[in-house]
Design a protein. Sequence first.
Length: 642
Amino acid sequence: MKKNIYLLSALLLVFTLLFAACGGAEEAAPAPAEPAAEEAAPAAEATEPAEEEAAPAEAAPAEAADPNALPRSETLYFNGQQWGSVVGWNPYSNSNNNAMAIGQQDNARVLMFETPYLYNMLDGGVYPLLADGPFEWNEERTEITFMLNPAATWSDGTPVTAEDVAYTWATHVKYNTPTGAGNVEYIADIVALDGQTVVVKAALNDEGAAANPLLVAAYLSSNYVVQKAWTETLEARVAGDATALMADAAEDAIASGPYMKYFADDSKVVLVRDDSYWGQDDSMWGKLPVPKYLAHVIFKDNAAGTTALQAGEVDVSQQFNSNVQSLWEDDGLPISTYLPDAPYNIGASLPTAFFNLESPGLDQVAVRKAIAMAVDYPTIIANAMTDQSATFDQVPRSLMNPTPGEQALFDSTAVADLQWVGNDIEGAMALLDEAGIVDSDGDGWREFEGEKLSYVATCPNGWSDWQAAIEVVAAAGAKIGIDITTNFPEWSVYQTIVTKSDAPLPEGYDIFMMWSDGAGPTQPWGRIRKMLSSEFIGMASNWNGNWGNYSNPEADALIQAIPNETDPAALNELYTELVNIYLSDVPSFTLMYRPQSFHTVNESVWTNFPFDGDGTTPPVPPLNLMDGWSVAGLYNLTLVNQ
């Protein structure tokens, strides 16, 4: 009977196509829903695969066939995450340019792929996701054991097993992925004791202790579990070639999360809810996330994204919106931030200008520090950040974020003479003069070893707050006799250059901006490691840090000592010395304090977003309902008009 139905459907499809060729189909077809202005895309890109067109109508609802006609009452729109077209969906790669689906970090992005645990930046808690209950260290703190939730399944309906966890790690190691290379010194092995029990074995140091217990524990909330069966399919497809494995677009990836790929082109990315998602089990969320679709239009810059936010075409904005308070104070729009008053969001990360230490003259501390001292940071914070940042008078510079917990971890008085608040033109010029770096030919520009000090300061195009900050850096150079011009390539180009630490940076990348770690289970140690550790030098794909390739054995030794140190006084000394080294050598300099994520919401369509003091337990952090425990916010949303 079923065979006859499919045959009849196929015949009807053929008849319809023939009828269309004769000009009759236009009258018979229903009119498509009119797309929103920002969602327009070529109709050909919305075509369903042929095998689905031949299926019975009830298997493919009309609305699901057109990503440009998503029901507004079922779609949550984002901005500020995706810049440029998606490259791939590969959980083994960190070069996907896929901000909606891939983000293995302290607060991992878990919309599509999932981690055993979720980190909560607000309370420091680590909560089970794929795991069932808390993880446990053995008495020697050399092994972690955890159980998997027996309800957890993949998108193909098969169970998530301990063997999946173990095989994921083995694959990272075998193919030397960035995750494998970044953790192999700290994790000796991950094994499946049985179908649900996982043991993570720490690599040991010479004393027989875990080489780095911080990173062993953090692995569980930072890295995805990938299906073994799909991984084996991927390995076969690339014939075991490591480069090909990480370059594979993985369009067929199997995942365990609540959303899967629905549509992606150069105008938008759309995820669709998996209504069979295991997390609706009572042992986890007990229900499905509320929005059926998560959509991200690819805007050309922040200004376009802000316009869409004002119009109610964006619900969750993870971008810098200049003078954000004016959207509700002056315009009366139903827009808000996590905090009601300045700085409006929780400061956690440190956008930083890195020096290319191989550029002529930038190998000199005097040149680096003079540039950093001359920058007018109050102007950056007032204008580029529109006061959405603490100032360096309020929170003197170090390696710590501006939260009280991190500020208490080092002795600020011990490094006070090394700190600077900026706009110190006289001090910067005196430093250069003392080092003999002067203008010897009278053209207004200083020279070093006969070469004019001339640099290019770079950041991604469209990132308006970063661009404004880089312009202030360039202006500072002119005031002290150093020629600095600006360059703003597209992010899709920029990220491929600055994340290659195994090759010299090309012309145009003398000074360049990148971010730092925000809040996480290894902080502030993790941030300091990524700002200063030489272990990232030479990596073909380096999304971690130290992009200027700074190397200091003393700093490396201090960084290595912290994870196994438990005495608070000793930790304070270690952190203070690292801050001393950083402010003395100036391999990079922070330009502002910034939220880990901007979290601005428009409640025209959706409401019940997380905000400070909303009473949720555990508290839901302002990370755009997709990173770490913030994904819990997707289950609390309600429509404004029910």
